[in-house]
Structures are given as C-alpha cells and as structure tokens.
Design a protein around this ligand. Structure first.
Ligand code: THU
Length: 137
C-alpha cells in the first residue's frame, strides 16, 4: 500500500472539501467532493455532476479520476471522498471499479463533517474485481 504523508492527506482533504462546493446537484442537493493523489505526486479534484437525465450523473470520485487521467496520470495512490454528512460515506460500486482501474492498492479515505473517518484499500472495497490485472484482456 502506498505510504501517504500527513501533509498529503491534509492537502487531499482540503481539495475534496473545496471541490464539493462546485457540485452540480440540483436534483439530490447532495454535494460530494473527491481528490486523488496520482503516482507522479499530483492532486486532481472532482465533484458530482448531475444531469436532468438522472442516469447520466457522474459521481465526484469518477470526476476526479477522469480529471487526473486527462492531466496525464496513469496511476492513483490515494483518494479522499468528502460528504457533508455526520458520518462518512463510502464510494458507490461504479466508482470503486473506476478507482481500481488505476490503483488496485490505492488508499481510500472517507471524511465528513463529523469526527468519523473511514479508510480502506481499493482492493478491499472491490474484492474479486474484474479483471484481475490489466494484462488479462
Ligand atoms: N455520489 C457521488 O458523488 N459519489 C458516490 O460515491 C455516491 C453518490 C453522488 C451522485 C449524486 O449526484 C448524489 O451523490 C446522490 O446520489
């Protein structure tokens, strides 16, 4: 598992909180922010972007991963997800699969407005993932 320093976790948490303010969520009114630490040490943030055709909504985690990849990243070491809730909320299944594509061992931290913090390894959130490794396809 990647070793993430305390200042890096703080930077990620700050970026995720700030990104949540940009959420486009007129339907759920649930603002989510996410920030990913890439293999080259960069940070990319994202927020949920909803759509009038509800199923087209993009979660904050996928928005952050997409942005990191567009910036040139090819691996992800850590993800922080922020929700404006009393308890931390974990990434949905689709986001778990997308995170695993770039960071099977990525560390995932879920933070909120309360004191609770949840932390996982991407592989623990998506056991027996498809595919076992990129080379199998
Ligand atoms: N949402 C995320 O951004 N991340 C998740 O992991 C789960 C849900 C968003 C999607 C939608 O805009 C809102 O939260 C309510 O589901």
């Amino acid at each position: 598992m990647p070793d993430i320093s305390d200042p890096q976790w703080l930077q990620l948490a700050d970026a995720a909180r700030r990104a949540s303010a940009n959420a486009h969520c007129p339907y759920s009114r649930f603002r989510v922010g996410a920030a990913v630490l890439t293999g080259d040490g960069g940070i990319a943030a994202g927020c949920n972007v909803e759509n009038a055709s509800y199923g087209l909504t993009v979660c904050a985690e996928r928005s952050a991963v997409t942005r990191a990849v567009a910036d040139g990243a090819r691996s992800i070491e850590a993800v922080v997800v922020y929700t404006p809730t009393a308890e931390p909320v974990t990434p949905c299944g689709a986001c778990r699969q997308v995170i695993a594509e770039f960071g099977r061992d990525a560390r995932i931290r879920c933070i909120c407005d309360g004191p609770g913090v949840l932390e996982f390894c991407a592989a623990d959130l998506l056991p027996s993932a498809f595919p076992k490794s990129g080379s199998e396809l």
